[in-house]
Design a binder for this molecule. Structure first.
Ligand code: FAD
Length: 398
């Protein structure tokens, strides 16, 4: 008997999209005993350049959801990061970070889904939402009847459009994210991980970060440029030459930036959603809002959505009959969610302005920040010199 002939599957929650938001939400709801359907057109998430590094704070969000035991074997721990600013070593941080390939992370999370939450491979052909029950018809004719639909389809528009919500372009072509493998191995690289900030506003470079994923060194670079401009074309053609010129302070230690494999360039748009307060359906993660990867808060935003839905809203919504828009609005009005979204937008806009802003205010801010950093570097050098002198004198006395 085919799925279509089996009659409608009745679930509490139908999640459309098994990326980061959808899969983690399904895992947590499934473990809590909810009946969940998780639908995605692809059984295996293809390799894709997306988020490739998170910090301790983001890992804690996975911990809070009880997913750290699944996530930790899928990531490469990074114990130390050397930070270069103004062409010099600025700091050595021992905050923990974690490198990963996005596709491998999502596939690992999917593999660890509880048996009662199978991934349904399929495309939604029809979706009907209302204040009580929701009905999804898949392309193969299978029907899913749910109390709540969660749209977690990332950048994809098909399901959003079918429901009738609009994506608002807050800033189109806001930045570029560039990803590539380096030829040097983690063992031969002088740093476990290094982050080097752009030096001149005119370069329009936020920073490059080089870090291990398994047995390779990966680079992510964030720039405020357009896909079609000559700089981007030149970078695609000669990344090694341009990086050696732009970041000479770390090039020798990074194998002279010899690149292994393709240079992936992704345009980033800042977007929000309009018309989302509807009966029976909630939009999460990038399906609701997209920010810029430069400040590294995208995953935090997505995992905050998932955390608030699992721990606060969905249990409350399922407790009482009906799934009308006023009930669902509690999620969009949740101060924790709003703070995470606002922080994502605000830090995206600030990072661009402090890197490239040409107005007097931003030039003064840059000057103030860079002067403070120069003083810190000089102060550290003086302290270091003092310590060396004291050691030498102590040696002479003994
Ligand atoms: C280049 C790049 C670099 C980034 N770097 C960082 C970073 O360094 N740090 C950070 O915090 N964030 C970063 N981000 C942001 C972060 O990757 C995203 O916020 C996050 O991955 C979004 O997860 P999601 O689950 O909302 O969407 P996705 O993970 O995109 O999931 C969407 C899912 O929906 C499925 N789907 C699509 N259409 C349909 C359909 N019609 N029916 C069913 N399923 C469908 C897809 O197959 C996919 O599985 C980056 C983003 C980009 C683009």
């Amino acid at each position: 008997m085919s799925t279509a002939e089996a009659g409608p599957a009745e679930v509490d929650v139908a999640i459309v999209g098994a990326g980061l938001a959808g899969t983690t939400l399904a895992a947590v709801l499934g473990k809590a005993g909810r009946k969940v359907a998780l639908i995605d057109p692809h059984r295996v998430h293809h390799p894709e350049f997306r988020a490739e590094k998170i910090g301790r704070k983001q890992m804690q969000l996975f911990e809070r959801l009880g997913l750290d035991a699944t996530v930790l074997p899928l990531v490469t721990p990074i114990e130390e990061v050397h930070i270069f600013r103004l062409g010099q070593l600025f700091a050595r941080e021992t905050n923990h970070e974690f490198g990963f390939s996005y596709g491998a992370l999502i596939n690992g999370l999917r593999d660890a889904l509880p048996p009662q939450v199978p991934l349904t491979v399929g495309k939604v052909a029809e979706i009907t939402t209302g204040p009580d029950r929701q009905r999804l018809v898949l392309v193969d004719g299978a029907i899913i009847d749910a109390r709540l639909v969660v749209v977690a389809t990332g950048h994809s528009e098909a399901v959003r459009r079918a429901i009738g919500v609009n994506r608002m372009e807050e800033s189109k072509a806001f930045s570029l994210s560039i990803g590539f493998d380096l030829a040097i191995s983690p063992r031969d690289c002088a740093y476990r991980s290094v982050t080097c900030y752009g030096k001149r506003a005119g370069d329009r470079i936020a920073y490059i970060t080089v870090f291990p994923i398994g047995n390779k060194m990966r680079a992510n670079m964030f720039v405020y440029r357009q896909v079609a401009e000559p700089w981007t074309r030149a970078f695609r053609e000669e990344p090694q030459k341009m990086l050696c010129e732009l970041m000479p302070e770390i090039s020798a230690q990074c194998g002279n930036f010899e690149v292994a494999g393709p240079v992936e360039v992704r345009q980033i748009n800042l977007t929000t959603t309009q018309g989302h307060r509807r009966d029976g359906v909630v939009f999460v993660g990038d399906a609701f809002l997209t920010t810029c990867p430069t400040p590294g808060v995208g995953i935090e935003r997505v995992m905050t959505d998932v955390g608030q839905l699992c721990s606060v809203h969905i249990p409350r919504w399922l407790e009482t009959p009906g799934m009308a828009a006023d009930k669902i609005s509690a999620f969009y009005d949740d101060p924790v969610k709003i703070a995470a979204d606002e922080n994502g937008m605000r830090s995206s806009i600030y990072s661009k302005a402090i890197t490239t802003g040409t107005g007097l205010e931003w030039r003064i801010r840059r000057l103030r920040n860079n002067t403070a950093r120069q003083l810190m570097i000089v102060g550290r050098k003086i302290r270091h010199l003092g310590q060396r002198r004291a050691t030498a004198v102590a040696g002479e006395v003994s």
